[in-house]
Every structure is written in structure tokens, then in C-alpha cells.
Design a protein. Structure first.
Length: 235
């Protein structure tokens, strides 16, 4: 993966920023995707290495198209940008709230992935990493891992949908040499929501799991769901 080029969406803060930092530290050229130009530029200054700011709003097709024109070559796409919405249960969440979350967490991933596929197809080792959530695992949601309260319904169901997309992309792109996998980063100290803000989980620890998937060898897995520590997560 020497001289590889990566793009990380939502990389001006949190887990995305740590993913960009680790990839740059490994010698890659890294596009730091950020909706806000100034925040992206600050992140690039703080990360260092061969990082480049890229204005990219995954919910805006015009923004995505403009970003594509600035990236001539790409080997790794990390779909990290995401929002959680409120912690409501489904009967207390209206359809518009679901749409807002899905616009970023599901439709945004489709928009960005499809837009950058031509560049990724030119890579000898194309990799796609979708930052999902363990709360999107239906097995864990119905098991003892999480309280059975039905909270964060929009967020959790959006990540379940993202997991399905991961499998479908992995299958459809397999003949082109792609490795497409999903990551459960664990609860991390980010501004995703109030629960995350109060957490003591290190974002850099989650980023290590994403980088592991981004740098998979050609005989590595595809269409699978992994925790930050490399262990499989059930769908």
C-alpha cells in the first residue's frame, strides 16, 4: 500500500481525524473530508504529514461532485461521516427525523461511494471502510449486549442499513478486487451525542481498527463486520 491515497469523510474531528492521522503517519496521502473548509484546514495543520483538506458534505451532491474533481486517484475510502440524531424510541421519532439521519448515514454513503468508484476502480488495491456501530447489529440488539429500550432508533437502524450496504457493495465489487468492510468503533469520546461526550473511550483506539481494514492485504476479508479490536461482530 506504499504511495496509497486515502479519503476520510468527516475527518476534521473525532474518530475520523484519528483515522486520518494514523493513515498519514503510515506514509499515505490523505484527503481530510470536512463540510467546513476552515475546520478541515485546521485539522490538516494539526495532523501534518501529506494531508490535504477537501470540502465535502456527504448530503450535498454538488459538494460531492466538486470533491471528486479534486481527487484524481484514490485507493482507500473511509466512510466515517455520521450523525446520531436524538435518543428517541421509534414511536417518539417522526419520519423527518429518520430522514435527516439516513441522509447522512445511508444515502450519503451511497452518494460518496458511487461518486468515487471510478477513481477507486483505477487502484490496484481498492478498499472501502464503512464506520458503522455495534448498536446496528441486530444480534447484539436482541441479545444481552445492549439494554432493550429501543432508543436512538433512527441512528441504530441507519447503521443496520449501512451494514446491509456493506455486504451488497462487497459482493458487487468483488470481481474488481475491492475489499469492503464495516467497523464497529465502540463508544468513544466524541461529540456524536450526549452518551459519547460522557464516554472515556479513546477515539484513536477505534481508528486503529479502521486503519487495519483500510490496509488489508489482497487475501483479506470482505463483506464482513469487525469490532475495533479486530474481532468479528454478528450482523
Amino acid at each position: 500500500m506504499d504511495n496509497s491515497i486515502a479519503l476520510v469523510t468527516g475527518a476534521n474531528k473525532g474518530i475520523g481525524k484519528e483515522i486520518a492521522r494514523l493513515l498519514a503517519g503510515a506514509g499515505l496521502t490523505v484527503y481530510v473530508g470536512s463540510r467546513d473548509a476552515a475546520r478541515g484546514e485546521r485539522a490538516v495543520e494539526e495532523i501534518g504529514g501529506d494531508t490535504r483538506p477537501l470540502v465535502l458534505d456527504v448530503t450535498d451532491a454538488v459538494s460531492v461532485a466538486a470533491a471528486v474533481r479534486q481527487v484524481a486517484a484514490l485507493d482507500i475510502l473511509v466512510n466515517n461521516a455520521g450523525i446520531s440524531g436524538e435518543g428517541a424510541t421509534p414511536e417518539h421519532e417522526d419520519a423527518d427525523a429518520f430522514r435527516r439521519v439516513y441522509e447522512t448515514n445511508v444515502f450519503g454513503i451511497v452518494t460518496v461511494t458511487n461518486a468515487f468508484l471510478p477513481a477507486l476502480r483505477r487502484s490496484e488495491h481498492p478498499r472501502i471502510v464503512n464506520v458503522s456501530s455495534g448498536t446496528g447489529s441486530l444480534t447484539w440488539s436482541t441479545g444481552p449486549q445492549f439494554p432493550h429500550r429501543g432508543t436512538y432508533a433512527a441512528y441504530r437502524s441507519s447503521k443496520t442499513a449501512l451494514n446491509a450496504l456493506t455486504v451488497l457493495y462487497a459482493h458487487s465489487l468483488a470481481d474488481d478486487g475491492f475489499k469492503v468492510n464495516a467497523l464497529a468503533p465502540g463508544l468513544r469520546r466524541t461529540d456524536l451525542n450526549a452518551t459519547a461526550v460522557a464516554s472515556d473511550g479513546d477515539p484513536a483506539e477505534a481508528a486503529e481498527g479502521a486503519v487495519r481494514l483500510a490496509l488489508l492485504p489482497d487475501d483479506g476479508p470482505s463483506g464482513e463486520f469487525f469490532s475495533w479490536d479486530g474481532t468479528p461482530v454478528p450482523w
